[in-house]
Design a protein around this ligand. Structure first.
Ligand code: DX5
Ligand code: ZN
Length: 224
């Protein structure tokens, strides 16, 4: 597995969902200098009302990037595909707490040597993920309802980020807190200020005229 970096340090995770899939390797290469993790949004058309990509695209992209592949599985049955993602070159897989079976999904991902993430939708209470904090490497708190890029940041999720950061710090957990959805130069500092240390951004980067510069501006804004 590619090293995800020290828990708690800042990471920028561009989401390839917003990239031109017809030139995916080139678009990913173009922003590599500002990429810490590559966020791979997988949608099954069932857990979310959209279909995106799966293991074949991860396998095709793997040789073109040395970055940590942070795979966000927006799938009703992620357990059926963890091994395929691992074999395709995924470094981390994040499953949604809303699909249930969280304990065994975490165990299955761990057994495959994957870095393990747990995601919560904006309307899922922190109490639903809190029992698993000690068993995961990444907590993904969605600031949009999953399914599409380019949506508006939901600021009321920040109270959940604050609660998560308090728990992680109090329990001294080696856990990254990732925020995903509507991150741009104005919302990046808000998310980091609330306690997130990994930011996903799709349209703010790949939708920009100069994606590399846009990614750099996001990184600067996050520190402001
Ligand atoms: C939404 C995905 C997000 C999305 C982020 O279901 O999980 O990762 O692609 O896109 P932006 O940054 O455009 O909101
Ligand atoms: Zn995502």
């Amino acid at each position: 597995m590619i090293d995800p970096g020290p828990p708690g340090t800042f990471r920028l995770a561009p989401s390839i969902l917003a990239a031109d899939f017809g030139e995916l390797a080139a678009r990913v290469h173009e922003i590599d200098a500002e990429t810490d993790w590559l966020h791979v949004d997988v949608m099954d058309g069932h857990f979310v009302p959209n279909v995106s990509i799966g293991p074949p695209v991860v396998r095709s992209l793997r040789p073109y990037s040395t970055r940590f592949f942070d795979c966000h599985l927006m799938m009703t049955e992620p357990g059926r595909y963890l091994e395929a993602f691992k074999k395709a070159g995924a470094d981390g897989c994040t499953v949604h707490v809303e699909v249930g079976g969280t304990k065994s999904l975490i165990e299955d991902a761990r057994a495959l040597g994957l870095r393990v993430g747990l995601a919560a939708n904006p309307d899922t209470p922190f109490q639903q993920v809190a029992p698993f904090l000690g068993d995961i490497d990444l907590l993904l708190l969605m600031t949009v309802f999953p399914g599409f890029g380019g949506q508006t940041f939901m600021g009321d999720v920040m109270s959940k980020v604050v609660s998560a950061r308090r728990e992680v710090d109090q329990q001294r957990l080696a856990l990254d807190i990732e925020v995903d959805g509507g991150i741009d130069v104005s919302t990046a500092p808000v998310a980091v200020g609330a306690g997130a240390n990994v930011l996903v951004a799709g349209s703010a980067i790949f939708g920009a005229s100069e994606p590399l510069e846009a990614a750099h501006s996001l990184r600067e804004a996050a520190r402001s």
